[in-house]
Design a protein around this ligand. Structure first.
Ligand code: HEM
Length: 126
């Protein structure tokens, strides 16, 4: 019973991860192409926040249920990378003013998520 619910929660978590990445990619590409998506599709400003909140809640619940420490080991490093993902996302979508800077921000954000997925799957930092 517990294992079944845990499996479903993990599937939900991975679904939120995928949605987060897809929504970031769409917004970053539109920002690179100078499409004013904030004006054209204002919901694209809100939906990612709702999804990311659910992503965090599912992640922290998984950590609680599996008794995984937030301050030791692989999960603490994953949370550190989460800060890099959040900051590089804000940088790409709001702060960077040139094409090259936006592209760098987007590349860092995507590579950071790839590293987080690798850590989540292997429970190893490197
Ligand atoms: C962009 C952010 C995140 C990404 C890319 C990500 C990625 C993943 C992936 C791919 C898995 C599935 C691993 C598997 O199938 O074995 C996973 C599991 C997990 N994640 Fe996340 N996650 C993110 C955010 C978080 C947050 C904020 C927490 C909060 C502490 C968290 C905690 C966990 C835990 C505890 C597991 C379960 C590990 C297991 O039982 O195998 N994650 N994550």
């Amino acid at each position: 019973m517990f294992e079944n619910s845990y499996w479903w929660l993990k599937l939900l978590h991975v679904t939120f991860v995928s949605i987060s990445l897809i929504l970031f990619f769409i917004r970053a590409v539109m920002t690179l192409k100078r499409i004013p998506w904030q004006l054209l599709w204002p919901k694209l400003k809100i939906i990612p926040h709702i999804n990311d909140t659910l992503l965090f809640i599912s992640g922290f619940t998984l950590a609680y249920l599996s008794h995984t420490s937030l301050i030791h080991g692989w999960l603490s490093f994953k949370l550190l990378l989460l800060l890099v993902y959040i900051f590089s996302g804000i940088y790409t979508l709001k702060m960077a003013k040139t094409h090259a800077k936006r592209l760098s921000g987007m590349t860092i954000a995507i590579l950071t998520v790839a590293w987080m997925v690798k850590i989540a799957l292997t429970k190893q930092i490197f």
